[in-house]
Design a protein around this ligand. Structure first.
Ligand SMILES: Cc1cc2nc3c(=O)[nH]c(=O)nc-3n(C[C@H](O)[C@H](O)[C@H](O)COP(=O)(O)O)c2cc1C
Length: 338
């Protein structure tokens, strides 16, 4: 059955459920949190995108983004940029860290990235992209994958063409986010187009976009025939989602995590953030995650407001403690976890 397992070159991914790359989110701390919540139901994790300029110019902060720990295998590191030689040099640096896969970002819509020729802009420069892929492929002995959108805009949908080109130069997997660059995150991800890519190439294809529950995971896989799923925002709101999907495939029902479990996960996330960041960064990332996590809680508007006002992780944890100690604190959150 699609979604059970897949091979990316020599790397086995089982199940074929992948934590999607998310800038500002899928750092080492968040990836570890997801692995702790979902265990071996996460087949592969992907880093945030990392700048090839920062890597090849030896920027310390950028190099810190390469950190991962032994329990994270298999892990893929995603890079972005546009210069051919620097892309190859950066890919070699990434490979030297011992990761399993190098992924190239071809979907980021951010103006500061596309203006410099990277991210989704590469979808408009296929010949240049082909040169990049050829050179990077030559540099690497580990698998190379590509993450794309369906095209730049509705008038220039070219995901099938890009995927076929990628396959022809030795890319071992293509992940498709079913939106165009111009759509940003609006509208729905188009899983029929993801299905077209799947049918057009022999390498495995991952689909991405709007998988937020057991039901959407099943429906998107069936509709597209994709080999597996990338899960992004669904994992931010619910880091147990991988475990829930796998359990449901085995005919088991996994209840949505309790509020207590969710709050415990946030406290654990704080500890994981503290291991790698200065306190200010920890506070900012924890605030973002908390606001998303408590969305489904009854009375969440007040809680979120209080969380937004906190200036440190200690203050934020105190707000959560206070919330949990209230007699009316609900047993289970509704919504996101379903
Ligand atoms: C906050 C955020 C950051 C993202 N950063 C990246 C990134 O660094 N590289 C990338 O290829 N895609 C990135 N994406 C896109 C996701 O990987 C994914 O394709 C998209 O969010 C659709 O999937 P979802 O509905 O499961 O979130 C990002 C998405 C979000 C929401």
């Amino acid at each position: 059955m699609s979604g059970d397992r897949l091979s990316i070159g020599s790397v086995d991914v089982e199940p074929a459920l992948v934590l999607a790359p998310m800038s500002g989110v899928t750092d080492q701390a968040f990836r570890r949190l997801v692995r702790e919540c979902s265990g071996d139901a996460v087949g592969l994790v992907v880093s945030e995108f990392i700048s090839i300029e920062g890597l090849t110019r030896n920027d310390i902060k950028t190099h810190r983004m390469l950190r991962y720990d032994a329990g994270e295998h298999p892990i893929s590191i995603q890079i972005f940029g546009s210069d051919i030689d620097r892309m190859a040099e950066a890919a070699a640096l990434v490979q030297a860290t011992g990761v399993d896969i190098v992924d190239i970002n071809c979907g980021c819509p951010a103006p500061k990235v596309v203006r410099k020729g990277g991210g989704a802009e590469l979808l408009r420069r296929i010949t240049h992209l082909e040169r990049i892929l050829r050179q990077v492929r030559r540099e690497l002995s580990i698998p190379l994958t590509l993450k794309i959108r369906t095209g730049w805009d509705e008038e220039s949908i070219n995901c099938v063409e890009v995927a076929q080109m990628a396959e022809s130069v030795g890319v071992e997997l293509v992940a498709v986010h079913g939106r165009t660059r111009m759509q940003l995150y609006h509208g729905a991800s188009d899983w029929d187009r993801i299905g077209e890519v799947k049918r057009a190439v022999s390498i495995p294809v991952l689909g991405s976009g709007d998988v937020v529950s057991v039901a959407t995971a099943r429906e998107r896989l069936e509709r597209s025939g994709a080999d597996g799923l990338l899960i992004g925002r669904g994992a931010m709101a619910n880091p147990w989602i991988f475990r829930q999907i796998v359990a449901s495939r085995r005919g088991l029902e996994v209840p949505a995590p309790t509020v207590t479990e969710r709050l415990a996960a946030l406290r654990r996330y704080r500890d994981l953030l503290d291991e790698i960041y200065p306190t200010k960064v920890t506070a900012a990332r924890l605030r973002g995650m908390t606001c998303r996590t408590v969305k489904g809680f009854p009375g969440s508007a007040h809680l979120r407001e209080a969380v937004t006002r906190t200036r440190s992780a200690d203050e934020l944890i105190a707000v959560l403690d206070e919330f949990e100690s209230r007699p009316q604190a609900p047993a289970r959150a509704s919504g996101a976890a379903a």
